[in-house]
Design a protein around this ligand. Structure first.
Ligand SMILES: Cc1cc2nc3c(=O)[nH]c(=O)nc-3n(C[C@H](O)[C@H](O)[C@H](O)COP(=O)(O)O)c2cc1C
Length: 362
């Protein structure tokens, strides 16, 4: 029943979509890490809905750091980040009480929490709960940047429309703060149009986010249960709506010959590198110094305005439902800030295990 991510550097999540506030507690952080409040606010704004391609719920995400930071630096004690909920329309959900939104958490949550769950706005399962993940992750991502580790994500596919191929070393920093992160602006316009079309059709669309991490030192990760792939995917799969994760060339490796898949090693400017990166920067569960590359598949938003078949799980009856609340016709662009945050938190945890608590501030 725990809501904690990480081993040496942990994050605990709390709150419900329509409760008083949501938040995160970071524990195990080095003392003396600079806290860049503007960077955290900028990252939160990348997750925040905007325009017609997102939900109409508008939260300012004015976060409060309640503890663990003094004079702009971490103290080394737990950091509590609180984000008040302001724009809640709980009555939108009263008609849905007892009805299972297809593709959503309502029925599984009822089975687990026996009806005591706060179902308003998706409660603890809501995409809203990703805001404190982004705040906590941004604090850590800024610290990783100071250590020369850069994380960037683009929308590699949305509603079947492909973006240009990413070159990690060239693109990662440029992507970091772009609101709708694509490399091919024409593809980006078609993606926008596809989201608006889905919305007009009372429907939703999904897509794939591709992330690269540049500057990770070689030799981080564990050979068996805490491989870099397993630790990252454990965290990435906790992002609501992520249904697939692959590293390097992922599933495509299954159709390659060894001679095509293997990344040849070379020495370049005194550094050991590989000339290709089909493995996504990981070998034997441990980083090899090349960019870590992974992709997350996000399903289309489950709450759609089309009438759907479902059940009333309290009455045990078949029924239909039409969802009238405020929902995202697409989650992909907003989830990007969450993926970056989760990557930062997870890699910082692995780095803390490898080099000790104080490393992040040194
Ligand atoms: C940033 C973000 C925003 C989301 N917004 C919505 C939304 O408006 N409506 C909705 O039904 N689901 C939304 N979701 C997805 C649901 O939270 C998610 O599908 C649901 O909790 C079930 O979890 P699962 O898809 O992982 O099984 C959002 C997810 C994220 C990451």
């Amino acid at each position: 029943m725990k809501n904690i991510l990480g081993n040496a550097l942990t994050v605990t999540l709390f709150g419900e979509s329509h409760g008083v506030a949501i938040g995160a507690v970071i524990d195990g952080i080095a003392p003396g890490v600079e806290v860049d409040r503007e960077y955290i606010a900028a990252k939160l704004s990348l997750r925040r809905p905007s325009g017609k391609i997102s939900t109409a719920r508008r939260e300012m995400d004015e976060y409060i750091i309640e503890s663990g930071v003094y004079d702009g630096k971490t103290t080394g004690t737990p950091i509590c980040i609180l984000i008040p909920n302001a724009d809640t329309h709980s009555k939108d959900y009263s008609a849905l009480a007892g009805k299972a939104r297809p593709g959503h958490s309502d029925y599984p949550a009822y089975c687990k929490y026996h009806g005591f769950e706060d179902a308003r706005g998706g409660g603890h399962f809501s995409g809203r709960i990703t805001a404190p993940i982004v705040a906590a992750g941004a604090l850590i991502q800024a610290a990783l940047k100071r250590k020369g580790i850069y994380i960037g994500t683009h929308i590699s596919r949305l509603a079947g429309i492909e973006d240009a191929k990413m070159c990690p070393e060239r693109d990662v920093s440029a992507l970091e703060m772009v609101e709708f992160p694509v490399l091919d602006s024409e593809a980006g316009e078609r993606m926008h149009a596809a989201i608006l079309e889905a919305r007009e059709d009372l429907d939703s669309v999904g897509g794939v986010l591709e992330t690269a991490v540049v500057g990770m030192p070689a030799g981080v990760g564990e050979p068996w249960f805490d491989t870099v792939e397993s630790v990252l995917s454990h965290a990435l799969f906790s992002i609501p709506a992520v249904k697939g994760v692959e590293f390097g060339d992922g599933f495509a490796l299954a159709d390659m010959k060894g001679s095509q898949a293997n990344d040849p090693y070379r020495v370049e400017n005194g550094k050991i590198v590989t000339t290709t990166n089909h493995m996504g920067g990981i070998g034997g569960g441990i980083t090899n110094g090349m960019p870590i590359v992974f992709r997350c598949a996000l399903k289309p938003t489950p709450s759609i305005a089309k009438t759907q078949q479902t059940v009333d799980f309290v009455k045990g009856e078949n029924t239909d439902m039409t969802i009238n609340g405020r929902h995202d016709p697409c989650i992909v662009h907003r989830a990007r800030a969450v993926v970056d945050a989760i990557a930062a938190l997870t890699l910082a945890d692995l780095l803390t295990v490898r080099y000790g608590t104080d490393w992040l501030a040194q």
